[in-house]
Design a protein around this ligand. Structure first.
Ligand code: PMP
Length: 770
């Protein structure tokens, strides 16, 4: 640009004559770009644009093609047609004396006045604008050009790339606002965009580019941002600008939308993503402005839209996505999908009437969920929640491959394991293939509890014994026997408060606050030896040891290295069987390995799996060794009506497909370590964080009031969880002292989600009351 200032006006005039055969008066137009008005005769005007080499030739070709396409379709709008020079080229190259190059283009003058100057905004004009935009989109849908397949700063499908700039916004209330709007964009628009109609769009129909005259839209300028996008992005960008500074922004949007819909009817999904896309555009504006401010806070053209965008974001912040879509569609017959069924008080009343009262409900204000998608859950208002809790929907809520596998198999065959069918053996072989030898015999049941029950029976039949060792604070299931084997339950509210005589509790291998805290010795081995010490106190011979590979309800505990190796040595020396419960953490969540026990270099005798195995479909499995399985075939048949049915097997298979195809174990490792690094950085800044731990996407944040005494900060942990929920992030607390924030999301979580959560935690921890 700087070089262009040095081109004197007489040289520009000479260029007009030589290249275009035009004589006339030149006038520099205001703005950053080097644009000149060339008047050759009364009423005969052109725009001469001079640019450096920054604009690729194929993008200019794209602009040319688009405008010619619109003109030849008889669009009836005044457009900046590019006029070829005398040699027939749409660009004229100008060599400057200093060796630099300029490129000139001559454009037809576009009629009308920019909308922002025209001061008109009645419903007729708004509808006319909508119709015109739709005509443009409809016409451009038959055009394609390689240069359109690009992205740029304002590409609405890539707004997420600006999300990290939120951290540059100083005002915490504004950060909160834009964080939520970005979240709505990412959750409610992004996942749907690939399936929507795409076409080349103008992508910048703002009030400086739209020309009006006599209450009608008569022209459109500036095709420089054109690109191939979901077509709905055209309307979203247009609305994001048109709604600025309006007394009733959504009514303005609704009028434009009504005009648009007349000419190019929207699909239900296009209507659904429109508001989230508008949010994404407004977020881009303020995020880019925040970044630019760090470069040049006084730049004349960089902040023209910023304050108006903040204003609109503030006004839209009170709306839920469904409500906004409802208002935007006020004048058309297409309506957003509304939450149906009972409202929250009605559901609470009915639960009280018909559901056992021993169930608790998450959060102070309960949530009514109506839909799941990937890492998100949506409530009845369409409000998205980032789910950091649900390790059951392992490959993402409602993953289409898993859903299709279940639906397909349900429509084909569902029967039981007393018949032969391919799905059972194919799945069993694949599942066994994920485990080390000699774990290769599978049993299928329907829940983690059933699987643990079966594991106990297998071990008891094999050993002929019935005394068990379990880890303190563990949970293994809801049957009587498993409650008796779960210190989390029998020591917790409503529990007996002491173990049954056949249950022997070993210490939890908690490196942060456990019995060997602060000791120099190898704590893993020390906790392992503690297992041996308990065995020494047990009179009866033990059947075995039941342990979670990583403790879940115990507070996201990662046993120190060496623990299981030493513990297993003691168990096996006593003739017991080692059962590892992977119900919470299996299937790649730990990141480094497919099964979390593999981190400790041990091979259990029995592995129990559940939760993620069916991505929410009720299924579970026990995998053991041939000798144990054979000992169990003692004459009494083991049969589970639903266990291993073809539908469950097809679903289990689909889950394994997705883990493999989407490389989710590696993703868990990489994203998990990024998350862990971020949490550790928060620990440096916030005294309240006592410990950060985890592996892969199984993480914990332990809150304390004092880092020396480790006084637990349980109310603070609950408060933080509530505050994060209010901001659209679902977390929960656990651990014996209720002060550990658990993080175990669907494995399809992405980096932007993690960065958002880290920023939000940082903000909330700063203001968390003591
Ligand atoms: N084992 C562990 C480690 C668990 O976390 C759970 C469930 N929270 C179970 C077993 C029991 O599984 P289910 O609820 O499917 O019976």
């Amino acid at each position: 640009m700087v070089i262009a200032h040095s081109l004197p006006e007489d040289e520009i005039a000479a260029l007009c004559v030589q290249a275009y055969g035009l004589h006339g008066e030149l006038e520099r137009l205001p703005g950053e770009n080097l644009n000149y008005l060339l008047s050759t005769a009364p009423g005969e005007r052109y725009i001469l644009k001079l640019a450096g080499d920054e604009l690729p030739a194929d993008v200019i070709q794209l602009e040319y093609m688009m405008i010619e396409h619109l003109v030849s379709a008889g669009i009836g709008l005044s457009l900046p047609r590019i006029l070829p020079n005398r040699d027939g080229h749409i660009e004229t190259r100008v060599d400057l004396a200093d060796g630099m190059k300029l490129r000139a283009r001559l454009l037809e003058f576009v009629d009308g006045a920019p909308w922002c100057q025209a001061g008109e905004s009645g419903p007729d004009l708004l509808r006319d604008f909508g119709r015109r935009l739709a005509e443009i989109d409809r016409t451009l849908s038959s055009l394609d050009h390689p240069a359109a397949h690009r992205s740029h700063r304002w590409d609405l499908t890539a707004a997420n790339t600006h999300r990290e700039k939120v951290a540059l916004i100083e005002d915490p209330e504004r950060r909160r606002l834009v964080e939520r709007a970005f979240h709505v964009y990412a959750a409610c628009a992004l996942p749907h965009l690939p399936e929507l109609p795409h076409s080349i769009i103008h992508s910048d129909a703002n009030d400086e580019n739209v020309m009006v005259e006599g209450g009608r839209v008569v022209g459109l300028l500036d095709f420089a941002d054109s690109l191939y996008n979901p077509t709905i992005c055209e309307l979203a960008v247009a609305l994001a600008y048109a709604m600025l500074e309006r007394t009733e922004p959504l009514e303005t949007g609704a009028q434009i939308l009504a005009g648009y819909h007349e000419v190019r009817p929207l699909s239900p999904t296009e209507l659904q993503v429109l508001f989230p896309l508008i949010s994404g555009r407004l977020c881009t504006t303020v995020a880019v402005a925040a970044e630019r401010r760090t470069i040049d806070p006084d730049h004349p053209n960089w902040y023209v839209t910023e304050s108006r965008a903040w204003d609109l974001l503030e006004r839209l912040a009170i709306l839920h996505p469904v409500q906004a879509a409802d208002m935007l569609s006020a004048h058309i017959d297409l309506k957003p999908e509304q939450g149906s069924g009972s409202d929250i008080p009605g559901l609470l009343r009915d639960r009280k009437a018909y559901i056992g009262p021993s169930l608790s409900i998450a959060y102070r204000e309960p949530l009514k969920m109506v839909r799941g998608l990937g890492q998100y859950l949506f409530d009845s208002e369409g409000e998205p929640y980032l789910d950091l809790v649900n390790n059951v929907c392992h490959v993402g809520h409602c993953h289409p491959h898993v859903v299709a596998a279940g639906q397909g198999q349900m429509a084909r065959l569902n029967t039981n394991t007393r018949y032969l069918y391919d799905e059972l053996t194919a799945y069993a072989a694949r599942l066994a293939g994920t485990l080390p030898d000699p774990l290769d015999v599978c049993f299928f049941v329907n829940s983690g509890s059933e699987a643990n029950e079966l594991a106990l029976r297998l071990a008891e039949t094999y050993t002929g014994r019935s005394d068990w060792l379990v880890v303190d604070n563990a949970y293994h299931g809801n049957t009587s026997r498993l409650v008796a084997l779960s210190p989390y339950k029998f020591m917790g509210p409503g529990g007996k408060g002491q173990p049954e005589p056949w249950v022997h509790v070993v210490p939890m291998p908690d490196g942060y606050r456990g019995i060997y805290r602060g000791q120099d010795r190898q704590v893993g081995e020390a906790y392992g030896d503690a297992v041996g010490e308990v065995i020494a106190t047990v009179e009866a011979p033990i059947a075995g040891f039941l342990a979670e590979s990583l403790a879940g309800v115990g507070g996201q505990i990662i046993p120190p290295p060496g623990y299981f190796r030493r513990a297993f040595e003691h168990i096996r020396a006593a003739g017991g069987v080692c059962i590892i419960d992977e119900v919470q953490v299996g299937f790649g969540r730990a990141g480094t390995h497919f099964w979390a026990f593999e981190q400790q270099g041990v091979v259990p005798d029995i592995v129990v799996m559940g939760k993620p195995i069916g991505n929410g479909h009720p299924m579970a499995a026990v995998v053991t060794t041939r000798p144990i399985a054979e000992a169990f075939a003692s004459g009494m048949e083991f049969f589970s009506t639903f266990g291993g049915n073809p539908v469950s097997c097809a679903i289990g298979m689909a889950v394994l497909d997705v883990i493999e195809q989407e490389d989710l174990q590696r993703h868990a490792l990489e994203l998990g370590s990024h998350f862990l690094d971020g949490l550790r950085a928060l620990k440096v800044r916030h005294e309240r964080i006592g410990d950060v731990r985890g592996t892969g996407l199984f993480l914990g944040l332990e809150l304390v009031r004092d880092r020396v005494t480790l006084e637990p900060a349980a109310p603070e942990a609950s408060e933080l969880v509530e505050r994060m929920k209010a901001r659209g992030v679902l977390l929960s607390t656990d651990g014996p002292l209720h002060n550990v924030i658990k993080i175990k999301p669907p494995m399809v979580l992405d980096r932007q989600d993690v960065d958002m959560v880290l920023r939000m935690l940082d903000d909330e921890l700063r203001i968390l009351p003591a």
